[in-house]
Design a protein around this ligand. Structure first.
Ligand code: ADP
Ligand code: MG
Length: 531
């Protein structure tokens, strides 16, 4: 049996874990409050994104770090739902505290939590509803729900729309009837200076390089495009800097040969009908002039990443020898536009091309980065949802439904186990409770209404925080992906159960060379479990 000293340790671990959960609970949902983050230098930022807060928090306590680890794992695996997971973990610990005071053994509580979590997974499976990847309205609702509670919240309608557009462009049907989304085909570019509302989706890709020769054309409705990794106007061998003109011929003769090479190369491009060249290598001034005279756009020192992205967009290959261009496979066709204000070329190869670019704007660099994180999260959520194809009613609806199922299930269990499983059911309802608290609606009233609605069989009844009413959340477009919820409940219950079985935290020497890492579930070596 666990003795007094061990119990004290468990209570203190619960307090530490709970403190972390408390710090984000009030940010849950669209009406969550902002937090002010102050670093050691006194610099201040505000956010209502639970995962940003946890990410930035300065935490030493190992138990608290385990709770932060839940958020990290949730963000890595799913991209959303971190606040839910951490809040739930906190509530599971609070419920456990009461059971410990009643004299329940920590292992019994932990076992009950595992049973209940399994039941919750089954409940999620049963309640999940399929979404079709062409159902844009539903996809937008999912994206908006995912953006809720992040820094991107105020522009979630606009951002939801461009995120769905971006994904729709790169979604591909697989042979087995599923849908695959290659995230590599969605490029995200951030700019600071304007608000998130100015963010846009572009079909295709962009190249942020100025045309430095005034004589070159910059816009084409339908350009023949070459992606190049070869220097125009130079022989292959000469591209190695070791060959200097002196040890080949006289400077004048070298010059002469170079010019010939330049003309030869530009002629090749002319003959192939190339309108625009995007090259990883330099294009020298004389070659630029020749290209300009030939009406060809030459953009040089393009980032390798950008060229590789354009390979997908244009469905052609990067050419490494200008004299060996295969016109059938090496040339792409698309629209080229120079955006003078934002200073990039937009390359769009039409409706079927595999590439989307999201240009995200933020008022400052920090805001733009925060926005990028939120949008990445929403993209992850949508990608998973489309792959997985299943969503759940949000606004606390699924939690109330699961709580009822878990309570019903607990009735068949023996006394002590039953208490632990029931405690889990109560804890899960923290989601509608916190959503109500944060929206300034009375949590008990909301819970009573929600339970009554679910008793009547209204499985999708949840709280719409904007109106304060209990309503069908599917109709309201408040949707959460099934995978996100499963991960959140699993992560929270595993860590809560683990914390309950740690009755001593022992500092050990550890490996000095290792990078400092936040201990994830089960990772820290300095913990012992009661025997
Ligand atoms: P997390 O980090 O867990 O995603 P959020 O602050 O994003 O935390 O809140 C997510 C919760 O907010 C989910 O339970 C979701 O269903 C709920 N939610 C989103 N939009 C609404 C809404 N309009 N009304 C009520 N609940 C909502
Ligand atoms: Mg969220």
């Amino acid at each position: 049996m666990t003795g007094g000293a061990e119990l004290d340790e468990i209570f203190s671990n619960i307090t530490a874990g709970n403190a972390v959960a408390e710090s984000v609970r009030s940010t849950l949902g669209p009406m969550g409050m902002d937090k002010m983050l102050v670093d050691r230098t006194g610099s201040v930022t505000t956010t209502n994104d639970g995962s940003t807060i946890l990410h930035e928090m300065d935490i030493d306590n190992p138990t608290a770090q385990m709770v932060v680890g839940i958020a990290e794992s949730q963000n890595e695996a799913v991209g959303d739902g971190a606040t839910t997971a951490v809040t739930l973990a906190g509530e599971l610990l609070t419920e456990a505290e009461e059971l410990l005071e009643l004299g329940l053994h920590p292992n019994m509580i932990s076992a009950g939590y595992h049973l209940a979590a399994r039941r919750a997974r089954e409940g999620i499976e049963a309640a999940a509803v399929s979404v079709d990847h062409t159902d844009e309205a539903t996809l937008r609702a999912i994206a908006e729900t995912a953006l809720t509670g992040t820094g991107a919240e105020h522009h979630k309608e606009h951002l939801g729309e461009i995120i769905v557009d971006a994904i729709g462009q790169v979604a591909e049907k697989t042979d087995d009837g599923g849908v695959e989304i290659d995230r590599e085909k969605i490029d995200i570019d951030t700019r600071s200076g304007s608000s998130a509302g100015a963010s846009e989706w572009l079909r295709g890709g962009i190249v942020s390089k100025e045309p430095r020769h005034p004589g070159m054309p910059t816009d084409f409705d339908e350009a023949t495009i070459l992606l190049l990794n070869d220097a125009i106007g130079q022989e292959k061998a000469e591209q190695d800097a070791h060959v200097s003109p002196e040890n080949v011929d006289s400077a004048a003769a070298f010059d002469e040969r170079q010019d010939k090479k330049r003309r030869e190369h530009v002629n090749v491009l002319k003959e192939l009908g190339v309108d625009a060249v995007f090259s990883e290598k330099q294009i020298d001034d004389r070659s630029k002039k020749l290209l300009a005279d030939a009406g060809i756009l030459g953009v040089y020192r393009v980032k390798k990443m950008d060229l590789e992205f354009l390979e997908d967009v244009l469905d052609c290959a990067i050419v490494s020898d200008i004299l060996e261009i295969d016109p059938d496979h090496d040339l792409g066709t698309g629209r080229v536009d120079w955006d003078d204000e934002e200073e990039y070329f937009h390359i769009d190869a039409g409706a079927d091309s595999a590439g989307s670019t999201l240009i995200l704007s933020g008022s400052s660099e920090y805001v733009a980065r925060d926005l990028e994180r939120s949008v990445e999260g929403a993209l992850d959520v949508l990608t998973d949802t489309i792959r997985d194809g299943r969503v759940l009613p949000g606004g606390g609806a699924i939690e109330v439904e699961l709580a009822q199922e878990i309570r019903a299930y607990s009735e068949g269990l023996s006394g002590r186990e039953q208490l632990a499983v029931e405690a889990f059911a109560n804890a899960v309802e923290v989601v509608p409770r916190a959503l109500a608290e944060n929206a300034g609606v009375h949590p008990i009233d909301v819970l009573v209404d929600l339970r009554a609605a679910h008793d009547r069989g209204e499985q999708a009844a949840g709280l719409d925080v904007y109106t304060g009413d209990v309503r069908d959340t599917f109709e309201a477009g408040i949707l959460d992906p099934a995978g996100m919820k499963t991960h959140a409940i699993d992560g929270a219950s595993e860590v809560a159960a683990l914390i309950l079985t740690i009755d001593a935290v022992i500092s050990v020497k550890g490996d000095q060379d290792e990078d400092e890492e936040t201990p994830a579930q089960g990772a820290p070596g300095g913990m012992s479990t009661p025997g």
